[in-house]
Design a protein around this ligand. Structure first.
Ligand SMILES: Nc1ncnc2c1ncn2[C@@H]1O[C@H](COP(=O)(O)OP(=O)(O)OP(=O)(O)O)[C@@H](O)[C@H]1O
Ligand SMILES: [Mg+2]
Length: 234
């Protein structure tokens, strides 16, 4: 198989990704040649010390940032060749995002938060509502659809964020420290939900500092100083 092409069922393929941040006359290389593939259906934890490049890598995976050099194939499509609108479109169709801070609209009912990716995807109001209700059910929040985020617990708010990430049936869910703001019991519940979603075939890539959270993943990739220093399965 040609180098950099990855395996055919790789939903994500990074080859020699570099990211240099320029600040005035200073340069900082946050990623120094990162390569890995993620097969459909994998559950990957990305670990490493603060400042090692995890979020920089996730932002590139999420098409929120572009690498300075290297190749990124998302579902076989070369993301590097895309313009701003094409990136927004592929982000919306292929990816779901879960953040540490939930990033929900505070004055908006939970179900309408979940509908948001479908608004951008121009799905009809009726279909949006139907899909969002189903996603709320899928994350165990049936009955809480009309609650505003402030009327939900932290774990429930993160479930709303996960429902929002699921609603457009993405190829991959990207989660940066999804349990970072949660106590350990609630973290376990969220990880049980991720495990369940992964068993249903959803590919998940998750950043975490915590070994017990990473233990839920089938594979752990460890960053140090902008490089991968470990990649273990099982
Ligand atoms: N926009 C930016 N401009 C300049 N430097 C940046 C920028 N974003 C990140 N960096 C630098 O790149 C390095 C990697 O940052 P990154 O946010 O990827 O770390 P991280 O592994 O996610 O850390 P944490 O565990 O604290 O979230 C850091 O040294 C950071 O200061
Ligand atoms: Mg980070």
């Amino acid at each position: 198989m040609p180098e950099g092409n990855g395996s055919l069922n790789n939903v994500i393929s990074l080859s020699d990704i570099r990211r240099v941040f320029v600040m005035g006359d200073q340069q900082f290389e946050a990623l120094k040649g990162v390569s890995f593939g993620v097969a459909e259906g994998e559950f990957v934890a990305i670990m490493g010390a603060s400042g090692s490049g995890k979020s920089t890598c996730m932002n590139i995976l999420g098409c929120l940032d572009r690498p300075t050099a290297g190749e990124y194939l998302l579902d076989g499509v070369d993301v590097g060749a895309m313009n701003h609108d094409q990136l927004a479109d592929i982000r919306n169709r292929k990816l779901g995002f879960v953040f540490q801070g939930f990033n929900l609209l505070a004055r908006t009912p939970a179900v309408e938060n979940v509908e948001l990716p479908l608004v951008y995807a121009k799905v009809s109001a009726k279909e949006r509502h139907r899909k969002a209700m189903a996603a709320m059910e899928q994350v165990g929040l049936g009955g809480k659809e009309m609650n505003h985020p402030s009327q939900l617990s932290g774990g429930q708010q993160q479930r709303v964020a996960i429902a929002r990430a699921l609603v457009n049936s993405p190829a991959v869910i990207l989660a940066d420290e999804p349990t970072g703001n949660l106590d350990s019991t609630t973290s376990e519940e969220i990880m049980a939900l991720f495990t369940d979603l992964n068993r249903q075939g959803i590919t998940i890539i998750m950043v975490t500092h915590e070994a017990d959270v990473a233990a839920y993943a089938g594979r752990r990739i460890t960053f140090r100083d902008g490089r991968i220093i470990g990649d273990t399965r099982g």
